[in-house]
Design a binder for this molecule. Structure first.
Ligand code: NAG
Ligand code: NAG
Ligand code: NAG
Ligand code: NAG
Length: 422
């Protein structure tokens, strides 16, 4: 049951991106879905409504540029309208959608009356940091989610309301983090800074560790060469892919025992400490597109291991799995090892160590720089026992595994932690 739950959670976490991206669903909702399938999807998407205000009074109030659906009177839709300024926001509005406009500034009067706001989406605009009035967001004491991705920000906006939970700042030009910006953000669970211009020197000495609720940090697509120091203990998801990180210090992850997923593909790792990933909750580990030559210890909890496009010649099972505990079997189900330098399939001893293995993806191997070769079996798929098959059917897990492989072939442009989960 625990294993199934984890698998299911993982598929929700990484599989349901499109759904939540556009519906503004929250993390909790996904688990509700799992627990309670009786409610039709639409009920879960209704934003919370302030019923204390009589319905006719509020339906009349909506900025003329925008649309306030009668069924969702606390939401105001002003997206995709070529707006250059922020419209006047009635005081009962809780969700404000301003994405895909041409807004360049957030002036002081923007949200003066809009104290009920819980969520602001300003992504895909042209906002620069110095055009955000100092303190303009800080007064919004109910704000929990702020989207500012795909703008022209140079730094993390601050001050922000102390209750903010999700801060989405990907695809900007952020190269500076003021020490003040991170102060008092104790309730932030999700911080997305992917695809910015952050380098080691900006991250160093900045105390992320006081973000005591932080579960997910996305720093992919920056200019990091070393692992970020001072991250909080609470982290469960770390995204660092597409940087230039070349080493992982000994015991680095021991500071974050709650980690479930770690993504470090497209870096410059030649080796990792043998026990670096000995983490009791780790389920997904992605180290594809590095320069690794040797495998390392993997914990019992790990289910998905990505090692494609490295320089591995032999997958030494004794290293991956130094001992077998029949009462605590390893959970690994999927390994991806294409584009390495393998000349032979993984030893069959692997199936004793990893009895749950479903698929090993060998794909093509690079024997020399200009020569690609294929092992006799590019994909190893284990036939499932009748019992396992039923289980997989129930959970649509078999399908998901296939999809996962397909996706990997389609390129990984959008493939960083979904910014909308927490
Ligand atoms: C805020 O509300 C006051 C009083 O209702 C109104 O006069 C003012 O124009 C509003 N300001 C904005 C920016 O909406
Ligand atoms: C932070 O979250 C906790 C628990 O949800 C809540 O009680 C507290 O009021 C929040 N802090 C702020 C400043 O909103
Ligand atoms: C990595 O980042 C560069 C620019 O920073 C981008 O052009 C490239 O598409 C990214 N690659 C991946 C695999 O995300
Ligand atoms: C695998 O690693 C173990 C431990 O380092 C070593 O003793 C063994 O010779 C290795 N096996 C192969 C096939 O390289």
């Amino acid at each position: 049951m625990g294993l199934l739950n984890l698998l299911l959670s993982l598929s929700l976490v990484f599989g349901a991106t499109v759904f939540c991206q556009y519906e503004g669903e929250e993390f909790e909702d996904e688990f509700e879905d799992e627990l309670d399938n009786e409610y039709p999807a639409v009920f879960r998407l209704i934003p919370s409504v302030d019923y204390t205000i009589p319905y006719p009074a509020i339906s009349a109030k909506c900025a003329k540029e925008c649309f306030c659906p009668p069924a969702f009177p606390a939401s105001m839709y002003c997206d995709h309208r070529k707006l250059q300024t922020i419209p006047s926001i009635p005081s009962h509005i809780q969700q404000l959608y301003l994405q895909y406009n041409e807004i360049e500034a957030v002036p002081p009067e923007s949200f003066v009356n809009a104290t009920a706001l819980r969520e602001i989406n300003l992504d895909h605009n042209k906002i620069k940091s110095d055009k955000i009035e100092n303190g303009v967001f800080a007064k919004l004491s109910n704000l929990v989610q702020l989207h500012l991705e795909h703008n022209l920000l140079e730094e993390i906006p601050f001050p922000l309301p102390r209750g903010i939970e999700r801060l989405i700042l990907g695809f900007n030009k952020i190269s500076r983090i003021s020490a003040k910006a991170l102060k008092g953000l104790e309730n932030v669970t999700m911080l997305d800074l992917c695809n910015n211009h952050l380098s080691d020197s900006e991250i160093k000495g900045k105390d992320f560790s006081n973000m005591q609720s932080l579960m997910q940090i996305n720093l992919c697509g920056n200019k990091l060469q070393t692992m970020p120091p001072e991250l909080p203990f609470s982290l469960m998801y770390i995204s660092l892919e597409n940087n230039s990180i070349s080493f992982i210090p000994d015991n680095y992850f021991q500071k974050f025992p709650k980690i479930i997923a770690l993504r470090m593909s497209y870096n410059n790792l030649h080796e990792v400490p043998y026990s670096a990933f000995n983490l009791p909750n780790l389920v997904e580990l992605n180290l594809g597109h590095n320069k690794l030559q040797q495998v390392f210890y993997i914990p019992r909890s790990l289910q998905h291991l990505y090692l494609e496009d490295n320089d591995i010649e032999v997958i030494n099972i004794t290293l991956l799995c130094p001992s077998i505990d029949p009462l605590n079997l390893n959970h690994l189900t999927y390994i991806r090892v294409d584009q390495n330098k393998l000349t032979a399939p993984i030893s069959t001893y692997a199936f004793f160590c990893f009895p749950h293995i479903r698929s090993i993806y060998y794909g093509e191997q690079k024997i020399s720089a200009d020569q690609q070769t294929q092992l006799r079996t590019p994909v190893f798929q284990r036939y499932l026992t009748a019992e396992e098959y039923d289980e997989a059917e129930e959970n649509h897990e078999a399908e998901e595994n296939l999809e996962e492989q397909d996706q990997d072939h389609r390129g990984r442009d959008e493939d960083y932690f979904d910014a909308y989960l927490y």
